[in-house]
Design a protein around this ligand. Structure first.
Ligand code: DX5
Ligand code: ZN
Length: 223
């Protein structure tokens, strides 16, 4: 099963409640929430209060992508805000395992992300400790960038390793995904697709989500 996770970063910030309902009605599975602190990445987006405000209005799986330094300091806030999945960046903290354990103890799904410059070997030791690996397909910080094709090799490596160890692992890809290239990600082994501008930016989000899901289903990962 392929899950589509539209990123709120591309929503109309003056009408978040309406926009979230619009993509839920269009068939989205997850709501991807990009939290940026202006330090780990150059941009500042939104934080836990915005997520908490949206929570009562949506049944979507809240997929919180923390692009912040020392995320351990803020895990409680995002759990309270209603996160279902919390992703931290491997590059953002020195105590990766401790932070993952902390997230897991809160009974939310825990995930680890790597940026395009980080070698895939760095995430391998953590795969047994996480529910989802997030392979960034653009440099984190901004929406509307083009997918970096070389990052898909990392998806393949992680999927092969997870299979070889019988790990039940979700692999999410994030950045530059659209109906025209989603097949490259699913063939590589990704099963959760973040799409910001492609979905929120469209007047017909249902057609975009359906096109992505159909293309992805026709191009599954094969060992
Ligand atoms: C980038 C974010 C992405 C981004 C995706 O730092 O993590 O989630 O919003 O946006 P698109 O799909 O427009 O590339
Ligand atoms: Zn993201």
């Amino acid at each position: 099963m392929i899950y589509i996770a539209p990123s709120l970063l591309a929503a109309d910030f003056a009408n978040l409640q309406t926009d979230v309902k619009r993509i839920a009605d269009a068939g989205a599975n997850y709501l991807h929430l990009d939290v940026m602190d202006g330090a780990f990445v150059p941009n500042i987006s939104f934080g836990a209060p915005v997520i908490a405000a949206l929570r009562p209005y949506s049944k979507l799986i809240f997929d919180v992508h923390l692009m912040i330094n020392d995320p351990l300091r803020y895990i409680d806030d995002f759990v309270k805000a209603g996160a279902d999945i919390i992703t931290i960046h491997l590059e953002s903290c020195s105590n990766v395992s401790q932070t993952l354990r902390y997230i897991r103890a809160k009974e939310v799904r825990c995930a680890l992300a790597i940026s395009p410059a980080t070698p895939v070997e760095k995430i391998i030791p953590y795969l047994s400790e996480i529910d989802m690996a997030l392979i960034m397909t653009v440099v984190p910080g901004f929406g509307r960038q083009s997918l970096i094709p070389e990052t898909l090799e990392k998806v393949k490596t992680v999927r092969r390793y997870a299979d070889s160890q019988n790990l039940k692992l979700d692999i999410e890809v994030d950045g530059g995904l659209k109906p025209e290239n989603v097949h490259l990600a699913t063939e590589a082994g990704a099963n959760i697709i973040v799409a910001g501008s492609a979905v929120f930016g469209s007047k017909r989000p249902r057609s975009v989500i359906e096109a992505m899901r159909e293309t992805a289903a026709n191009h599954p990962y094969r060992q």
